[in-house]
Design a protein around this ligand. Structure first.
Ligand code: EPU
Length: 421
């Protein structure tokens, strides 16, 4: 098993380039099942989760070809199955994203329930509610879950009880071939929703309103090939911004869309960071403060503070002056990093959805576990400022969402290694 060793590091300095967004690439790769012509995707991040979804497509009959490290050609003209392989499904919950495209294209989809996920139960009731509203019959037993609409789907108004990212994406993809117009009310507004809609529109779909809470999809008969560049990963960018802040560093972050990370910029400024944005340039400079001050964050659907940056921010708060507060409202069980940070000498008390963090002068290295992807990133950040060595285990979680985080941090001067145990 591999692990990451982080030692107390000097302030990070230099430039880091952000990759394409995992959470944009996954639904867009799934959406390419809707077309029969060549799809070229650029800036596809080299991540374990991306490999899993590409494998899912291959098992369904798509042809996948890497044109270079970050450019993938997908052709789904020979799509021949509506069943997502159980083994791949178990590896990544986002495999659910093929359900909408399969239902639209083949009139049927079947997949296996992956069981509870570490950060909460994460049901898919809203995805299924959407498919049902479009006229599909939901097929459910102990082994699998599916949907069937042999005569095609019919456009409807669908109200989501919660602006779920995955449900919005799945319904949007299913509705591209539905008869008439579908309106998703209380839709998710994340940049990754807009990227998916832009991609589908390039393929010939008719989608309006992505990025607002009301998305209108007029069904079309056919979708075509296209080339699309995945947007930069706002969560990877935010993680490096926190790395600059926690290490009192001075880091330029390239390939970033600042309008996607407004709450993160605002909260880092409250903590005392100097953040410079450059007109007409996709970069920011983050200078960490000498004495970071505590603050409050509350995670919310976009454009609120992203749940995917909560753990990294909590790592920063452990060394901020005074009491900081975190309220997690998106997922029910996303405080697993707390126990690991406590091992490193942090002072954190949780009660339900809330955590209170009393800043300590310094953390100490410990043997810890990456309990999920963002928790793993948080522990790396804590390790940068902890006395001694922090050993992070179960780093496969980190590989799901960060390409070469060790190399990128080393380039900025971090004392970090990845070793075979
Ligand atoms: N929910 C339901 N029913 C549903 C769907 C969702 O109750 O049918 C609940 C979930 O249980 C959760 C909340 O709604 O409490 C939010 O879930 P959402 O569907 O919005 O999230 P997701 O689509 O499963 C995506 C990202 C997550 C990110 C969330 C929230 C992908 C592949 N995943 O998940 O990313 O945290 O949106 O922004 O896009 C990560 O990258 O580390 C990650 C977990």
């Amino acid at each position: 098993m591999e692990k990451i060793l982080v030692r107390k590091s000097n302030p990070l300095k230099g430039h880091v380039k952000i990759d394409g967004a995992k959470n944009s690439a996954l639904p867009i790769i799934a959406a390419s099942l809707l077309g029969t012509e060549d799809i070229i995707l650029e800036d596809v991040p080299d991540l374990a989760d991306v490999k899993v979804i590409l494998k899912v497509l291959e098992k369904l009959g798509s042809e996948i070809e890497y044109l270079d490290n970050e450019t993938v050609k997908i052709n789904s003209s020979k799509l021949n199955s509506y069943q997502t392989p159980a083994k791949l499904m178990a590896q990544m919950r986002a495999s659910f994203l093929v359900m909408g495209p399969l239902l639209a294209r083949l009139g049927r989809t079947e997949t296996h329930m992956p069981g509870g996920c570490a950060i909460g139960t994460r049901p898919i009731d809203l995805h299924l509610k959407g498919f049902k509203a479009l006229g599909a019959i939901i097929l459910e037993n102990t082994d699998y879950i599916g949907a069937k609409a042999e005569k095609g789907l019919i456009g409807q108004v669908i109200y989501l009880d919660f602006p779920s990212v995955g449900a919005t994406q799945n319904i949007m993809m299913a509705a591209t071939h539905a008869k008439g117009e579908t309106i998703i009310e209380n839709a998710a507004k994340e940049p990754e929703i807009v990227d998916l809609a832009n991609f589908l529109n390039k393929m010939g779909a008719d989608i309006k309103g992505a990025g607002t809470s009301s998305i209108r999809i007029k069904g079309v008969n056919k979708l075509y090939g296209c080339t699309h560049q995945i947007i930069p990963d706002r969560i990877e960018a935010s993680t490096f911004m926190v790395a600059a802040a926690i290490s009192k560093g001075d880091v330029y972050i390239d390939n970033i869309i600042t309008s996607h990370i407004r709450p993160v910029i605002a909260k880092l400024r409250e903590i005392g960071c100097t953040i410079t944005e450059f007109e007409n340039e996709d970069r920011v400079r983050v200078i960490g403060p000498d004495k970071p001050k505590g603050t409050k964050i509350k995670t919310l659907p976009y454009p609120g503070f992203p749940t995917d940056v909560q753990a990294q921010f909590m790592a920063l708060m452990t060394i901020c002056e005074g009491i900081s507060k975190v309220e997690e409202t998106v997922f029910e069980n996303r405080f697993m990093h707390v126990d690991e940070l406590l091992k490193m000498g942090a002072l954190i008390v949780t009660e339900g959805k809330e955590a209170r963090i009393a800043g300590v002068p310094s953390l100490k290295g410990a043997n810890v576990r990456a309990t999920d992807l963002r928790a793993g990133a948080a522990l790396i950040l804590a390790g940068l400022v902890a006395e001694g060595t922090t050993a992070i285990n179960d780093i496969y979680h980190i590989d799901r969402g960060y390409n070469n985080i060790v190399g990128k941090l080393r380039n900025l001067g971090a004392n970090i290694d990845r070793i075979e145990d």
